[in-house]
Design a binder for this molecule. Structure first.
Ligand SMILES: Nc1ncnc2c1ncn2[C@@H]1O[C@H](COP(=O)(O)OP(=O)(O)OP(=O)(O)O)[C@@H](O)[C@H]1O
Length: 695
């Protein structure tokens, strides 16, 4: 385009962009008006009317929030078809008062050519135009002709290259931005892929895996709105800081009703307060815990070895091993979790005791007798000793605090490994404990509501355990009680799902998936019975390197549903930095399983400097490049220094996972090769190594 043509195109698009914003404003004004009307009516009316008004108000608020989130770059571009039709693509779909389309939602099937059409496969299009705007002002347009005589831009086949490069070269803000204006062909294919089964997206550093995963979530919410509106989407990330880093992407795509969590926060009611050493983490992540957990629950179901005499209403009644055996057999019928099956067990034992009671007494009245026996303190204690109600947290703490018991229940672990697990009660849980607790929760089930509401269970259990010399009290179904307390309130789906361990999500996205242990994968799989998952990660970024058997080996049972896509172009990391990161891995005897090609060369992107000098130079570079106070520097080190500066973040390689910065300084040698690879590939501009840093 000549300058004149470009100016014409800019003003032409400005007129269109103005029209789209004006419609956005009038929709927002409509919702604001309706909301004000509802609020004016206040608390008048019957409960039904109040509830209805509440729901409408919540809906209007959601709409308003959604409209405000899509304010930035509302219009993404336009497509011109062979037949002369023009369609504009937007962050959301918009229609005017007469239902005429102003903007096509980027996820609509008709918008696909905006991302997929190429000169070789124009899909009926003759031109694609990227529109870049700041606030509501169009600043440039970029046209790509899609006629068969157009040359492909470069060997990487980029679309909207100018807009893409501008976006990649801009200052990092500490929050990930969306890529909806410049999604590339290989990424779009993944975003729109079929929702069924387990889709693995393997991609090296900076290939856009996180971006793609989030855009896919938005796409699926659009394409399967009905199904997912009732079941929800869960996004799993490696750390709270990562979740905060990505938190703005989905709202900017008009979607916010999504649950995001780390594995550590996935079990409602339990908070992981500690972090294990890597060797302990590895032990706790092993699949063998499936068996250990089973045995731990079996340990709560004990046979009675010798008869015991119970004093009931001045009669001595003998509780014999066969009565307990009858109760056990009854409870094991059906495949119910331990705490739920316990009711059948207890009922059967009480029935047997009633029978024995009737033999020695001349009582005819049976109705009260059952209740009488069931509430007898001695009976309760004796009965429960042979089928002890328990919560997952109590049981795991108990296991860790009793080395002899752990040895009996976990013979697969060596003495040294078990010693690493020992700790006293009350030590708190770590992230690696969560999947074990989830495994136990699955086997134990909830403590039935009737009992969890009953304070006496808690005191009873403490007494029972004290009599067994097992230590502290038991936590009753607190989670359940909490949930019940909230029952009266109308909670949004995402909140309801997040609070429910047994919630079945419609789709689950797992990011940095190479990090999950075999046991964590089981925990994830339980949350998505439909097996509709998008799993993104990079095997080369695992601390200890890629496993021999690849993703199949990591995923365990989920692997039977998997298909794999590979992303090969790194958008983030400059070419020289990527080459050096690969060479560093080679020097440590590791050849990358999935090397990538960089789209960008950046001047002086790799240097050695003293830390102080590097900080000074990079701050000056950021100011010159983006303006005062703009851009971010990360100092990545096994022992990160404390530096108080708004543009400087310091962190360990593990904490740096998934994040990116304009400049990265790696300070000091990093032990694990995968961690080094992560650290070196974080910058969009410069990587600086301090002199003592061996790579
Ligand atoms: N099509 C695109 N248009 C604009 N920016 C893009 C595009 N694809 C990726 N990016 C940008 O490249 C950077 C890297 O993306 P992302 O963090 O998703 O990569 P990743 O594969 O998850 O990286 P890593 O595994 O190293 O964490 C981000 O800043 C992202 O916005």
């Amino acid at each position: 385009m000549s300058d004149g043509e470009s100016m014409d195109a800019v003003s032409e698009e400005q007129a269109y962009v103005d029209r789209a914003y004006s419609r956005l404003d009038s929709l927002a004004a409509g919702y604001t008006r309706k909301l004000a009307e509802i609020r004016r009516q206040g608390g008048r009316g019957n409960p039904e009317e109040l509830f209805q008004r509440d729901s409408f108000a919540a809906d209007y608020e959601d709409h308003l929030a959604r409209l405000s989130h899509v304010e930035h770059q509302l219009v993404l571009g336009r497509l011109d078809t062979e037949s002369g039709d023009v369609g504009h693509i937007g962050r959301i779909g918009l229609r005017d008062e007469d239902r005429n389309v102003i903007l096509l939602d980027w996820r609509a099937p008709q918008a696909e050519p905006f991302y997929q059409a190429t000169a070789l496969n124009p899909q009926g299009m003759v031109r694609r135009r990227h529109i870049q705007s700041r606030l509501r002002k169009v600043i440039s347009v970029e046209d790509e002709l899609l006629t068969s005589d157009t040359e492909a831009t470069a060997n990487l086949n980029l679309t909207g290259e100018g807009a893409l490069m501008a976006s990649l070269g801009s200052a990092r803000q500490g929050h990930m931005g969306d890529i909806v204006a410049t999604i590339q062909v290989e990424q779009d294919r993944i975003i729109r892929a079929d929702s069924t089964g387990v889709l693995i997206v393997q991609g090296g550093p900076g290939t856009g895996k996180t971006a793609v995963a989030l855009h896919r979530a938005a796409y699926l919410l659009y394409a399967h709105r009905n199904r997912l509106a009732n079941s929800g989407v869960l996004i799993l990330g490696p750390s709270p800081s990562f979740l905060s880093y990505i938190s703005r992407v989905l709202p900017s795509l008009g979607e916010s009703d999504v649950v995001s969590s780390t594995v550590a926060d996935l079990l409602p009611g339990v908070t992981a307060t500690g972090v294990d050493r890597p060797e302990v983490e590895e032990i706790k992540g092993r699949a063998v815990w499936v068996r250990i957990a089973r045995r731990a629950v079996d340990y709560l179901q004990r046979p009675l070895t010798t008869p015991t005499t119970l004093r009931i209403n001045s009669f001595d009644i003998e509780l014999t091993p066969d009565v307990i055996a009858i109760g056990h057999a009854r409870a094991r019928r059906g495949d119910r979790p331990h705490n739920e099956a316990r009711q059948s067990y207890a009922r059967a034992v009480i029935e047997e005791l009633v029978r024995k009671y009737l033999e020695v007494s001349d009582t005819e009245e049976q109705d009260w007798l059952k209740a009488d026996i069931a509430s007898n303190e001695q009976v309760r204690r004796a009965v429960n000793l042979c089928w002890l109600p328990a919560t997952p947290t109590w049981l795991l703490e108990h296991l860790y605090a009793h080395p002899g018991l752990l040895k009996r229940l976990a013979p697969e672990l060596s003495d040294d490994e078990r010693a690493l697990l020992e700790r006293p009660r009350g030590s708190g849980f770590t992230e690696a404990d969560i999947p074990i607790l989830d495994e136990l929760a699955e086997l134990l089930g909830d403590v039935p509501a009737a009992e969890s509401d009953d304070d006496s269970l808690e005191s009873y259990a403490s007494a029972t355990l004290a009599s067994m010399d097992l230590g502290g009290g038991i936590v009753t179904g607190r989670m359940l009680a909490e949930r019940q307390r909230q029952g009266g309130r109308r909670l949004p789906l995402a909140e309801r799902a997040a609070q429910d361990r047994t919630w079945a999500y419609g789709h689950v996205v797992v990011d940095e998936a190479q990090e999950l242990s075999p046991l964590a994968w089981r925990m994830v799989a339980r949350r998505v019975p439909s097996r509709s998952l998008t799993i993104v990660g990079d095997l080369d970024q695992r601390p200890s390197g890629a496993p021999e058997g690849g993703w199949r080996e990591l995923l365990g049972p989920l692997a039977s549903h998997m298909r794999e896509e590979v992303l090969t172009i790194s958008y983030r990391t400059p070419a020289a930095v990527l080459e050096e990161a690969e060479a560093a891995m080679n020097r440590r005897g590791i050849s990358l399983r999935h090397p990538v090609n960089a789209v960008r060369e950046v001047d002086r992107s790799l240097r050695y400097e003293e830390l102080d000098v590097a900080i000074e130079q990079e701050l000056a570079f950021l100011t010159a490049e983006y303006g005062e106070g703009q851009g971010l520097i990360a100092i990545i080190s096994e022992n990160p220094p404390a530096i108080d500066h708004p543009q400087i973040h310091t962190m360990t390689p593990r904490e740096a996972k998934g994040l990116e910065f304009d400049s990265v300084i790696v300070d000091g040698t990093i032990a694990e090769p995968g961690d080094l690879y992560v650290a070196m590939t974080r910058p969009t501009q410069h990587l600086i190594l301090t002199p003592g840093t061996e790579i």
